[in-house]
Design a binder for this molecule. Structure first.
Ligand SMILES: NC(=O)C1=CN([C@@H]2O[C@H](COP(=O)(O)OP(=O)(O)OC[C@H]3O[C@@H](n4cnc5c(N)ncnc54)[C@H](O)[C@@H]3O)[C@@H](O)[C@H]2O)C=CC1
Ligand SMILES: CC(=O)N[C@@H]1[C@@H](OP(=O)(O)OP(=O)(O)OC[C@H]2O[C@@H](n3ccc(=O)[nH]c3=O)[C@H](O)[C@@H]2O)O[C@H](C(=O)O)[C@@H](O)[C@@H]1O
Length: 480
């Protein structure tokens, strides 16, 4: 195929020659979406290929990347890598998706695929990128989908969409689903080494090229699966496994008072069995992934999915459960939540990530307002405007001790909260959503753990489970 850009799909050159061309920057790459996931991915592609154009709709993001700046917080190594790759000309950015597509032979899509209000996958951004790609697609190109999509999307949407609009035939270009298996806060490590990379193409040649490309990005194994739909299912199965597992932990945590045990201690002890991996209970499940992925499946299948939907119900009930637990703890202390001033600690969906999509804090704040509390909120990663948008009065961490608060709920334990001087407060009632406080000299109830105040027998003694877990350090298991 004679073209000024050497695409790898359908190439008659040897795999070694294809790899050489990729490494030498002769196979230009476009990465669409330069967010928490897209920017680290684009930087790794730039380091491996030397020729990446990032595309984003945000002028600020584009300007920052071209200036070698990293707009994604708390990603070890990313600021340096972005600066280095921008400096050497291996990474540049533009808002012009069509121009980027015209100049690329590998097109990587990593834009948000959220949920609509009626719980349908929202592929608007995804299709906008497909439109740009279709205007620059050439024979031999490979389109890689990294953002999570409903099963069947690569085969039933991407291929016909691109063929119709580009004038090319299916089989002249490749499409592969190669899911992002990355957690914010460890993105570069996850992209390049933590987990095997799953690749699945709409045809064998797409799978082959995707495996060759990702063999250059990751030091871990590349696992080709039967087809793109299988790869899409792998990503969603990982996510729904997590959601269902967290729902199990949350349902067990709701039994804490009935059983009169520390459920988190029992979970830790149960997890010393290699086949047991119960996750951690908490005030809810947030982010634009785990709480949304079940609907990517349920919206596309005719079969009943009672377990997936019940797990969603359990997890979605936890914010209210958490706020009601504070009401009950205050009542047990002879105090009324109505009129009480309550500080919500942490509004993002998990520590260290400036992301509020589907955050449990929203439900906790809503319920506390319903119960008549005066709600303050503290989050060092968010602006006052964003915090206020959730219906709570923003307070800085520094100012918190100056406020006369009656109670607190820890929803998202940012590391900054470790420095809180709890002695500055009088007679607090606290619900600890994530089991990070221990005994702080106030009345504390931990979701799953139960009472954690000085009167509690297990406030500071090393529990049987902790001993068991220390003894059996071989067992993996989810971070808390
Ligand atoms: N955040 C995570 O932990 C993970 C996310 N994913 C997948 O990656 C997707 C993206 O996630 P994040 O990077 O966290 O989202 P993000 O919200 O941090 O970044 C998305 C970026 O895409 C840009 N964008 C939006 N529409 C665009 C368009 N039409 N063309 C070009 N750029 C556009 C935005 O301006 C933003 O910079 C998620 O929806 C999910 O499917 C996968 C694994 C992990
Ligand atoms: C299967 C899996 O571990 N997926 C990861 C997940 O990352 P994400 O950033 O969504 O965070 P997460 O640790 O799953 O937490 C999601 C939510 O669930 C809560 N959570 C998490 C673990 C747990 O035991 N209990 C719990 O309540 C968290 O507080 C948070 O609110 O989803 C990412 C994604 O697919 O977007 C994925 O790349 C990540 O590897």
């Amino acid at each position: 195929m004679s073209r000024e850009r050497p695409g790898l799909y359908g190439s008659d050159r040897s795999p070694d020659e294809q790899t050489r061309a990729l490494r030498a920057g002769e196979v230009p790459v476009a990465v669409y979406g330069l967010g928490k996931m897209g920017l680290p991915l684009a930087a790794v592609y730039a380091r491996a290929t030397g020729n990446v154009t990032g595309v984003d709709i945000s002028e600020d993001v584009v300007r920052g990347v071209n200036d070698g700046e990293c707009h994604v917080a708390k990603e070890p190594g990313l600021p340096e890598l972005v600066a280095e790759q921008a400096e050497r000309g291996a990474l540049r950015a533009t808002t012009d998706g069509v121009a980027a597509a015209e100049g690329a032979a590998i097109h990587v899509i990593i834009v948000p695929t959220p949920l609509t209000d009626d719980r349908e996958p929202d592929l608007a951004a995804f299709e906008a990128v497909l439109d740009s790609i279709s205007r620059g697609l050439a024979p031999g190109d490979l389109v890689v989908v990294e953002c999570t999509v409903p099963p069947g999307t690569s085969k039933d949407l991407v291929v016909p969409y691109l063929a119709d609009r580009s004038g090319l035939s299916a089989g002249e270009f490749g499409v592969a689903f190669c899911p992002e298996r990355t957690s914010s806060g460890r993105a570069l490590r996850d992209i390049t080494e933590s987990h095997p990379k799953i690749v699945g193409g709409v045809d064998a040649e797409s799978t082959r090229v995707a495996a060759l490309v990702y063999g250059e990005l990751t030091a871990n194994e590349v696992i080709p699966v039967r087809d793109a739909t299988t790869a899409e299912a792998v990503k969603l199965f990982e996510g729904v496994y997590r959601d269902v597992n967290i729902a199990l932990a949350n349902e067990l945590a709701r039994l804490r008072d009935d059983l009169g045990i520390d459920v988190t201690e029992a979970i830790d002890a149960a997890n010393t069995q290699p086949y047991c991996d119960i996750h951690a209970p908490g005030p809810g499940v947030g982010g634009h992934c785990i709480p949304w992925y079940p609907y990517f499946i349920t919206s596309r299948v005719a079969a009943e999915t009672p377990l997936l939907l019940t797990a969603r119900e359990v997890n979605d009930s936890m914010p209210t459960f958490t706020a009601d637990k504070l009401r009950d703890e205050l009542a047990a202390a002879g105090r009324d939540i109505e009129g009480a001033t309550v500080a919500v600690l942490g509004v993002t969906y998990r520590p260290g990530v400036a992301e509020t999509r589907a955050t449990p804090a929203a439900g906790v704040i809503d319920r506390l307002n319903e119960l008549g509390a005066t709600v303050l909120a503290v989050d060092p990663m968010l602006s006052d405007e964003v915090v206020a948008s959730f219906g709570a009065a923003p307070v800085s961490l520094a100012d918190l001790p100056t406020r006369a608060i009656d109670a607190a709920v820890v929803v998202t334990p940012h590391e900054e909260f470790d420095d809180i001087d709890w002695t500055a407060f009088d007679d607090l009632v606290v619900v600890d959503g994530r089991g990070t406080l221990g005994d702080i000299g106030h009345r504390v109830y931990e979701i799953g753990g139960g009472p954690r105040d000085e009167s509690s027998a297990d406030a500071d003694s090393e529990t049987v489970a902790e001993v068991a877990v220390e003894a059996d350090s071989s067992h993996g298991g989810p971070g808390r």
